[in-house]
Design a protein around this ligand. Sequence first.
Ligand code: FAD
Length: 591
Amino acid sequence: MPTYTAPLKDMQFLLQDVLRVTETGVPGYEDLDASFTSAVLEEAGKVASEVLAPLNAVGDAQGCVLENGVVRTPEGFKAAFEAMKEGGWTALDCDPEYGGQGLPYLMGTAVGEIFVSANMAFNMYQGLTHGAYSAIHAHGTDEQRATYLPKMVSCDWTGTMNLTEPHCGTDLGMLRTKAEPQADGSYKITGQKIFISAGEHDMAENIIHLVLAKAPGGGEGTKGISLFIVPKFMVKEDGSLGDRNAVSVGKIEEKMGIHGNATCVLNYDGATGFLLGELHKGMRAMFTMMNEARLGVGLQGYAVAEAAYQNAVAYAKDRLQGRDVTGAKNPAGAADPLIVHPDIRRSLMDQKSFVEGARALTFWGASLIDRHHRQNDAAADGLVGLLTPVIKGFQTDKGFEMAVQAQQVYGGHGYIEEQGMSQFVRDARIAMIYEGANGVQALDLVGRKLAADGGKHVMAFFDMVKAECKAHDGDARMVPFTEALKAASKQMQAAGMFFMQNGMKNPNAALAGSYDFMHLMGHVCLGLMWTRMAKAAYAALDAGAADTTFYETKITTGRYYMARQLPACATHLARIESGADPVMALAAEAF
Ligand SMILES: Cc1cc2nc3c(=O)[nH]c(=O)nc-3n(C[C@H](O)[C@H](O)[C@H](O)COP(=O)(O)OP(=O)(O)OC[C@H]3O[C@@H](n4cnc5c(N)ncnc54)[C@H](O)[C@@H]3O)c2cc1C
């Protein structure tokens, strides 16, 4: 069965050497010295390896079961959930006013990666609760915050997000769930939601559903949508639980992966709901949850790939097959280990260079969120808005691809369930679909985010890349990084220019290239991350760091990414510049 060890050294490198958390001057980062961050991550790593990772295969094999309206989670999940609560892991970056520990979002992200790598399906119960917590925290009344947040911070109550209905997932303007105003200010919610993650389970006393529904007078499309808090059990004035609300689970879905997470059909039959945020502005409130969830899903993309990679490396060192063409490396054995073969090396380097680059991008994104929240830094908010579809779309596509590559290292044994590699592939697949399928992330990037605020944020991104390259002028060691990054950034600018020149005349010219643009920008982002990581690694070596192997490995891995992955940008640009015609030429009947 697969094992998992948290990549503590790599995380510490990002926090301390690259992001330099103790020197950034962000309020709330004062305590993040190396010994503190190391202690937190090490403890999280223990929980992940000892408690969560062993339950990953159990969750996959047993799945969740619906019996008499109650969903039973896999064996061991409930005890593990209690252990997470007792350890305070659910409250890490939550507001101290509601029982949280007040650590930065960045620390929550680092710890979150560790837990997701160990057991993605399990971690979703807490992940969705955190998203719902954030939406209530940002948009709730004082009373709503006081009623729900302390219990959600502790995960005594968990949370869900309810957008999808049978006939609409992407196009939420069509949703039919109705909210009828009542004399006491509450609403009666009626309708059916499908695919609701963690929609019902046996690990919490109560479940707080956040539900999108249409209230009278809101008009057509997404503009008429409002967001409602619908508790599974009504909450009395003294905070104790009252009657069961009229929300029930219709069924749980059989699905390809994340079997340990209950994906539910939820029926709302005149359930009591309470408006969250402004009437008819529900999409705005829900986006607080969705943006956070999108970053969380982007994290899932590389976190699952990390776990798969770790096992692929171990297998490649252990499995004897064939001889090194340049001379036997294990002459006493019947064959050499797989890791001697260049094609296995290519695969492992693809995996390693992606995972470490994506981790850097995700941590950087999380640090921008901290800047926005703790310093009201609007530029950081704009930048993270631009990066969100890239982190979600690019990282989950690549994460799945890398999980497949890790499985491939096992040959036929990777396809057999017993080895556990197939689970990584099945689990990673959903991240490309939920929280807005990746095609829609690309539309968001090209259709909205590039032009947002007059293109200010993408221009700031280009300036940042330019400044990063310029900072290394004259440093011969950095040339493999800066030259590749400059070329890729120019290709991204050319793609943006193509959209500007052609998109107004023919919107399809931009939309047909949007997916390629998301990947092009993903590579530029990871190229930027590798440039920053190389700089930090050289700085550590120049300062006489003891662990030279770690830093040298970092630089070599970065060079691989620049040499072997960034050339993909030219292909993406060529596809974008071919415009809409090759894509749209056939009539629908010709398919
Ligand atoms: C396991 C699982 C868990 C989930 N958890 C939740 C949850 O907790 N809460 C929740 O509300 N939902 C949840 N979902 C639903 C998920 O978010 C949706 O499935 C997803 O947003 C896509 O919607 P859809 O399935 O209706 O696909 P559709 O909207 O029908 O889209 C089908 C395809 O068409 C593409 N497409 C759609 N519109 C366009 C367009 N304008 N241009 C180009 N391409 C387009 C999409 O990218 C997609 O590939 C979950 C789904 C699954 C499978």
